[in-house]
Every structure is written in C-alpha cells, then in structure tokens.
Design a protein around this ligand. Sequence first.
Ligand code: SF4
Length: 336
Amino acid sequence: MKLVIPEYYERFACKGGMCTDNCCIGWEIDIDPVTLKKYEIADADMRGRLSDGICKDGDSAHFKLDKGRCPFLNKENLCDIIIKLGETSLCDICREHPRYYLALDDTVYSGVGLCCEAAAELILTAKAPPEYVMRDGFDGEFEECDGELRQIVFEAKDRILKKTASSLSVSALLSEAYRIVKEAQMRIDGDFYEEISEAVPSDICGELISFFSAVEYRRAELLHMITGALRGKKRSLGDVAVSYLKNIFVYFIDRYLPQAACDGDIVAKFAIPALSVAVIAAIFAEEESLTLARAVDISKSYSSEIEYNEENIALIEESARCGLLHNALVLISEYS
Ligand code: SF4
C-alpha cells in the first residue's frame, strides 16, 4: 500500500522529558493483545511491575493511572518500559501516538495529531498547504470505498487546500470552503440533498457556549478559555494568528474531510475544521501578542480535549446541520 504524508511528518520527534505536557499523563492508554502477551512473559524484574501497573477487564487491558500519570512514567518524565525493555516493547498506541491513519483502498493517509506539542509546532509553522510525500510498501488493513464518492471528496479537499495558499482572510477561506463542501454534498446526495440550517440565532456566542458546556472535558481549563473568549470583545486577528489558523484549518481538513469517502457526509466532516478554527481564532484573538509557544499550547489543549474525544467529535458532526456549522462561520467573520 502507498502512504501519503505531509512533508513535515518525517521530521516529527517526541520531545520526551523536554515536553511541557506529556501524553502519558491524564490518558488511560489501552494495551493491544499482542503487546499484553509480551508483557506477561517479560524479564522477571519488570514482569511484577507490569502486572501491578496494568488493569485487565475481560479481553481489554489498560495502564492504571497513578495520580493521573502512567505508572511507567518516571520522575524525569521518561518511559521505564522503553528504558528497561526497549522501544519495540511499546504497545500500539504508545508506539504510534500521535500519528493517525486513514486507509482507503490502496492508499493510507497519515499525519501527526495536533494534541501533541511537538506535532503542533510542526503543523503551525508548516507551509499552507504543505507538500505531500508518497511512500510505497506500507503494511496494513484498508477500507474499500466507492470510487466515485472518493473522487468527489478528494476533489473538494484539493480545491479547499489550494485556497489556503491564497491571501483570503480566515473568514473568507472558511466561507469558500463551505461553498465547495455544499457543492460536493449536492453531487453526493443528488435528489436526496437536504438544505443545511442557515438561520442565524440572536445569540451565536450563547449558543456556542451552550454547546461547549455540554461536551466532555478532562480538565476544566479549556472551557474557561472558550467561554472567556466568546464573551470577550471581538478583536481582529494579526498576521501571525492568521498564518497559524490557516495551518490548523489545513490539519483538520486533511484529517477529517477524507473520512467522508467512507460515509458520504462531507458537511458533517467539514463542521470539525470550521468549528475548531472559529473557536481557536476566538481564543487567539484574546492574546495581546500571540507567540508560537502560546499558539501551540492553545491548539494542543483544544485538540486533546475536544478533538481527541470521539464522543465530542460525534456531537460536532451530529450538530453540523442544525445550525452549529453556520454559527461557526458567523463567529469567524467577527474576527476578520
Ligand atoms: S505530547 Fe508529543 S512531544 Fe510530548 S511526550 Fe507526548 S508524543 Fe512526546
């Protein structure tokens, strides 16, 4: 199979103990069955520790958190499994994180997730759109999809990505992208196409605050940032913020739009980049002078809380046609 990746993908390297956050804190990580078997027959000095640090529940198993930390994360924030047993002993999630994959027919589309500090730095400082690189010989399972549907979705994605290289404002970029997505949805649905709610509520920010108050968080900090930004004065975005936002938009388009080749709902998939960029823009606009470190911090916080929660993403997709998508487009127009 072929692997398609953005140019910066191969420059990704975990910051290990230098990371100001850590993906081994606050996440309950599942262990795949093959790795679990390896842990059961590990060297005697690690076997007991592994057995104590893993919670088994029927066929599934995960690392038990100790005060929110993976029990194998040592005081220097380094992984004792790597130190004692080598990198090949990591479970699938630990080895692959923050990479993501979508396999369609003979091609796997991959990237690195915005929830990771090192990946977020690469994403925010990339050229929009980035160059894409193709590698042969990738092993994996794939999902067969309808060729015509895939073509419509990828044509729409390519047209949107080309627009990110133009001098359009973020608001104009999202509106143009929405027009392209609606055209694609009409082609996909034909006679079954249903209009999307474009009614403008009297209190867009209030509606968005209600939406974000109803989703799940691991920490309350992001919700405070979102509500503060949505209630705050609307300031225009500087050039640096616009450049970061275009890169964030590319990331979300790259990651979520191709999923419509599986279910045909390109409008629902587009709601994820549209809402995410609008809300991150509102938080960026609160900053007097947006530094890369602060932009990375905000983006990874949004990603780890909202994007890396399947239920939250499902809620965004479900609400796309009921006004959420349109609210996001009106919100971003207030920051241009
Ligand atoms: S968030 Fe990224 S850089 Fe930090 S520890 Fe995790 S993978 Fe490494």
